[in-house]
Structures are given as structure tokens and as C-alpha cells.
Design a protein around this ligand. Structure first.
Ligand code: NAP
Length: 277
């Protein structure tokens, strides 16, 4: 990139107006006094290949990728990181100076960094981790838990075959549990992660039995609207350590920002406040 260009980044998705990523990255650009910008870009499936080919020519140094393009973008990348390959999806593209498109997935990184910041005493090997849900986000969470050293992952999903597919991909550390047994699965765990959309504003209520929650457990929810979900509320009342899902969104943005703008940003209270508006 020449010095005459202002580095641009953005987030591509459809719909995109709801994305909080512009607030996050604009906050960091301002905090570090970087001349650059970050914009939401509404991109249809049909336009995706052309958009990826064109953005670098317009001064874009990279983009975040959200629903529905996280899987499709892989076919337009020249290089795919190991973790994006393992997860089968990318949330970050880097448009390199040599013209190559590099695809990465930072969701698992964001999940672990958030957990370590919010629950510094969290021990991934303290006991089984209960993972609720087997959608796109669950893949990144399972990969991250295995990487962190969790020996046993108990996985439950309303649609059981999707959990079985994840087990086939991740192997013997994953045990599939029937959705009707999800409450018992929580009781048997040291770490509990909700990766379903249950409890999110506009989605169905989270109704899994929670009487198995106990002091000493670490409980986190990927849902961050509302910030304090029913799961986190019940966990707090039971004396568990709780970590909300907003921090994952903030931390997953760190590697992309660093690669695009050359500055590793901090995730702190000011970052949270900026994104919450
Ligand atoms: P997804 O691929 O659509 O998966 C949705 C999951 O929720 C599936 O496991 C699905 O089960 C389950 N589910 C939906 N409705 C249900 C119901 N009524 N009863 C039981 N299970 C139900 O979505 P995703 O991309 O994995 O995202 C999941 C959630 O994580 C979303 O709320 C998303 O906003 C959040 N998220 C947060 C972050 C963050 O940075 N904090 C990052 C990524 C995702 P079935 O398979 O049975 O349909």
C-alpha cells in the first residue's frame, strides 16, 4: 500500500446494519490516533466474489466477515489459516500488499481471551466443559477448548445429528449428550458455554434446567443481547464465575485490527463502553 492511501477496513454481511464491529474498530482507530476508517458493507451472495476482488483496489486492507458469508469466503482466499481450515469458516480477511487474500478465524481466540480476562482463575482442565449448541459458533468454541487443554467436552444440541458431526470432526474428547439431558450435562461440568441463540433478544427463551449450577463453575454465554442472560443470571445466583459474551466480540477483533493497522489494541472498559454506546 502506498503512503498516499488511507487504510480502510470494514465488515461484510447481509444484513449488516446491526453490526457492532464499526463502533469497536472506530473506537480503536480514534484511541490510537490512526488515520483510517472502518465501514459496514452490505454484500449479497451474488456480489461476494466481485466485492472481494475489488475492495483491495480501493484501499481496503481487510474486512471482517459475518453471516451469511463466513463459509463462502474461504473459496476466494489464497491462503487459509490452520484454525480457519479446522473451523471451516473465516471471520477475518487480510488483503496483503502482494495482492493475496489471507483468511483467518479469530472467534476461538476471542472466546479464550474473553474467558481468561473475565475469569483469570479459569482452569480448562479442571473438569468437563459443557457446550450447548452445535451451530457455526460451536465449532470455534470446541476447537478453542481443545487447544486450551480441556480433556472432555460434553456437547448437546437440539438437532442431535449436528452434534454427532462435530464429534466426528473433533474426535474422542467430545461426547454427545441428548438435548433432554442438557441439565444433567451442566451439573457434571466445570465449565459451561452457551453457543445457541437461546436467550437472545428476538430468539426463543433459554429453558434448559439450571439447578445443577454450583459455586466454582465458570459459565459463559455467547449471547450478548441482553448482556445478562437468564443463564448468566442463574449462574451468578448459584455462585459461579460468569463471563458475558460481549468480551468475545471485542477480543475477536484484536488480531484483525493489528494486522490491518499495525497496532495491537487493548480490550478494556473504555472499549466496552464505546461498543455499548
Ligand atoms: P447458528 O449456526 O445459527 O446456530 C444456532 C444454534 O442455536 C444451533 O445449535 C441451534 O440448534 C440452536 N438453537 C436455535 N434455536 C433453538 C431452540 N429454539 N432450541 C434449541 N436450540 C436452538 O448460529 P451461530 O453462528 O452458531 O451463533 C449462535 C449464537 O452465538 C448467536 O446468538 C450469535 O449471536 C452468538 N455469537 C456470539 C459471538 C460473540 O462474539 N459473542 C460470536 C459468534 C456467535 P439446532 O442445530 O437444533 O437448530
Amino acid at each position: 500500500m502506498t503512503q498516499h492511501r488511507i487504510p480502510l477496513a470494514g465488515v461484510i454481511g447481509n444484513p449488516i446494519a446491526h453490526s457492532r464491529s464499526p463502533r469497536l474498530h472506530k473506537h480503536w482507530l480514534k484511541t490510537y490516533g490512526i488515520l483510517g476508517d472502518y465501514v459496514p458493507l452490505h454484500v449479497t451472495d451474488e456480489d461476494l466474489p466481485q466485492v472481494i476482488a475489488t475492495l483491495p483496489k480501493m484501499g481496503f486492507v481487510g474486512v471482517n466477515v459475518t453471516i451469511p458469508h463466513k463459509v463462502a469466503v474461504l473459496q476466494y482466499a489464497d491462503q487459509i489459516s490452520d484454525r480457519a481450515t479446522l473451523i471451516g469458516a473465516a471471520n477475518t480477511l487480510i488483503f496483503r500488499a502482494d495482492g493475496k487474500v489471507h483468511a483467518d478465524n479469530t472467534d476461538g481466540y476471542g472466546f479464550l481471551a474473553n474467558l481468561r480476562q473475565g475469569a483469570p482463575d479459569w482452569d480448562p482442565s479442571a473438569g468437563p466443559a459443557a457446550v450447548l449448541g452445535a451451530g457455526g459458533a460451536a465449532r470455534a468454541i470446541i476447537a478453542a477448548l481443545i487447544e486450551a487443554g480441556t480433556k472432555e467436552i460434553l456437547l448437546s444440541n437440539r438437532t442431535r445429528p449436528k452434534a454427532e458431526t462435530l464429534k466426528a470432526d473433533f474426535g474422542s474428547r467430545v461426547t454427545v449428550v441428548d438435548w433432554v439431558q442438557a441439565g444433567n450435562m451442566i451439573e457434571a461440568s466445570a465449565t459451561v458455554v452457551n453457543t445457541t441463540s437461546l436467550g437472545m433478544v428476538g430468539a426463543a427463551e433459554f429453558r434448559v434446567p439450571l439447578d445443577g449450577l454450583r459455586r466454582g463453575m465458570v459459565v459463559t454465554d455467547l449471547v450478548y443481547t441482553p448482556l445478562r442472560t437468564r443463564l448468566l443470571q442463574a449462574a451468578e445466583e448459584a455462585g459461579c464465575t460468569t463471563v458475558d459474551g460481549l468480551g468475545m466480540l471485542l477480543h475477536q477483533g484484536v488480531p484483525g485490527f493489528e494486522r490491518w493497522f499495525g497496532q495491537r489494541p487493548e480490550v478494556d472498559e473504555a472499549t466496552r463502553a464505546a461498543v455499548l454506546g
